[in-house]
Write a protein that binds this ligand. Structure first.
Ligand SMILES: Cc1cc2nc3c(=O)[nH]c(=O)nc-3n(C[C@H](O)[C@H](O)[C@H](O)COP(=O)(O)O)c2cc1C
Length: 186
């Protein structure tokens, strides 16, 4: 069955087109085989997104709007309309990048209304570990009724002590492509 999904891709890496972006590309390739999807990319490194100020204006304002007006407004709009959110990020010091973490914190405004019921594809590249970021998504998924799909990919050769090109991670690239095909059938 072919479907038409509304897809938002949140790119966390400042390295456009590199490891985590390549995983996202493979997911989208799989998806595209299953329908005509609307895909909106947000390269967070290129956006003006201020960190959450913790004012909790969103808790009480009509429509739970955020008091800070910047590029995050584009993400709020796209998120509300999306079926599938792709979180593509490298690990930076134990978590997603600061660029994507700022987006996540600002999603506090959506947590009151509009955050739940989405499908998440979480794509993480790393050298040593990724469980702290994966664990966060696993923890929030049941609460927000999120259908969670995760691919993690180690881009480091521990024996040789060097980074690998993402093209060497054939298994994970295939897994991500297959995930795209599967999600396209929803
Ligand atoms: C500033 C910085 C911090 C990093 N911190 C971690 C880390 O805490 N854990 C880890 O496993 N890899 C870490 N890495 C490695 C990257 O996550 C890894 O190389 C990733 O594949 C890069 O993805 P990208 O090409 O999409 O940017 C770090 C890399 C950089 C540049």
């Amino acid at each position: 069955m072919r479907s038409n999904l509304n897809v938002v891709v949140l790119h966390g890496s400042p390295r456009k087109g590199m490891n985590s972006d390549t995983l996202a590309e493979h997911l989208l390739r799989g998806l595209s085989e299953r329908g005509e999807h609307k895909v909106t990319h947000f390269y967070t490194n290129e956006m003006e997104i201020k960190p959450c100020q913790g004012c909790l204006h969103c808790a009480s304002s009509p429509g739970h709007g955020c008091a800070t007006i910047d590029d995050m407004q584009q993400i709020y709009r796209a998120y509300r309309e999306a079926d599938l959110i792709v979180w593509a990020t490298p690990m930076y010091w134990g978590y997603m990048t600061a660029q994507l973490k700022a987006v996540q914190d600002r999603m506090e405004a959506l947590s009151w209304e509009g955050f739940e019921g989405k499908t998440f594809a979480v794509l993480i590249t790393y050298r040593y570990h990724c469980q702290s970021a994966v664990g966060m998504f696993e923890r929030i998924a049941p609460h927000f009724k999120i259908s969670l799909h995760t691919v993690t990919c180690c881009t480091y050769d521990h024996e040789m002590r060097r980074d690998l090109p993402i093209s060497a991670c054939e298994e994970e690239l295939e897994q991500t492509y297959q995930l795209g095909r599967k999600l396209g059938e929803i």
